[in-house]
Design a protein around this ligand. Structure first.
Ligand SMILES: NC(=O)C1=CN([C@@H]2O[C@H](COP(=O)(O)OP(=O)(O)OC[C@H]3O[C@@H](n4cnc5c(N)ncnc54)[C@H](OP(=O)(O)O)[C@@H]3O)[C@@H](O)[C@H]2O)C=CC1
Ligand SMILES: O=C(O)C1=N[C@H](C(=O)O)C[C@H](O)C1
Length: 265
């Protein structure tokens, strides 16, 4: 499978180049960065700390997509929406790891998925996708007398909050309870907030250092609490998951898929 990595010079972009180069069944056909990026012209392998791959970084996404079977995209929301339109035109696989997507962005991905095979997930790891399943089941079993709070910590450079993973876990909890997350989501608390509203799902965001990604879902009852946690030690695991998603989606019909589909959960 010929794969394009967009956002090639990013933290995840460099991991994705390594994952593609080290995975069987795929090759790196292009590496894309935005116009004016200092990475343009550099060899993608060297950029990722590998031997040269003879793939210079370019800003010509249209030509790259036309000559590829799939694209791995961990960039930014506006870029991802534009790449989804190009992936639809080229009828290829689009693996979307980008977080911070708005409802409008999701609607555009849905539209693109009539022609592209899109796999979108706020987290490409096996552990988090399993955790989401557990959270859904625990939320259903425990009911409203247990308050649900979700905490996450990431590195100091992260630009969106709550994390895509925290929102995914929140969606799973809300689904388990049979409610719409939008109606119970509390993402900020400051000052005299009053008592906690029964049924709310709260989010707490921490940022600092080089933390790759820590998530906990706390079910706090009276006299007891249950916490489900995940710790990501290396962002290479997200890249490996993205390559797995691309290979899985290659023979599938156009559609919008999740990592749970890929993992058969
Ligand atoms: N789903 C998952 O499992 C995971 C998701 N993520 C998500 O992936 C995204 C990227 O994270 P991270 O790698 O840390 O961020 P970085 O900022 O390090 O990387 C993003 C890269 O995308 C580039 N980019 C932005 N817009 C364009 C464009 N229009 N064309 C080409 N390149 C573009 C950026 O270039 P420039 O710097 O010039 O803007 C940058 O090189 C985030 O949304 C993050 O939350 C991260 C890890 C795991
Ligand atoms: O920006 C990151 O780094 C990460 N982003 C994803 C998120 O928003 O959940 C996944 C992972 O936790 C790392």
């Amino acid at each position: 499978m010929r794969l394009v990595v967009v956002g090639a010079d990013g933290r995840m972009g460099r991991m994705l180049i390594r994952a593609v180069a080290q995975s069987e069944g795929c090759t790196l056909s292009a590496a894309i960065e935005r116009e004016g990026s200092p990475a343009l012209g550099q060899d993608a392998g060297l950029l990722a700390g590998l031997q040269p791959l003879d793939v210079p970084v370019t800003d010509d996404a249209l030509a790259a997509f036309a000559a590829a079977d799939g694209v791995l995209d961990f960039t930014a929301p506006a870029a991802t929406v534009a790449f989804a339109e190009l992936a639809a035109q080229a009828r290829i696989v689009h693996v979307v790891g980008t977080t911070g997507l708005s409802e409008d962005d999701f609607a555009k991905l849905k539209a693109a998925s009539y022609h592209a095979r899109i796999v979108q997930s706020g987290n490409m790891s096996l552990g988090i996708n399993l955790m989401a399943e557990l959270v859904r089941r625990v939320a259903k079993a425990l009911g409203d007398e247990f308050d649900i709070e979700i905490s996450e910590m990431h590195h100091r450079m992260k630009v969106d909050a709550p994390s895509g993973t925290a929102l995914m876990l929140g969606e799973a909890a809300a689904e388990g309870r049979g409610v719409d997350l939008k109606t119970v989501r509390v993402s900020t608390r400051d000052g005299h907030t009053g008592a906690r509203r029964p049924g709310d799902i709260g989010f707490a965001t921490l940022r600092g250092g080089s933390v790759v990604g820590d998530h906990s879902v706390i079910f706090a009852g009276t006299g007891e609490s249950l916490t489900i946690s995940h710790h990501a030690a290396d962002r290479g695991l997200f890249a490996t998951g993205a390559v797995k998603a691309a290979l899985w989606a290659h023979p599938k019909p156009p559609g919008l898929y999740t990592m749970a589909d890929v993992l058969g959960l």
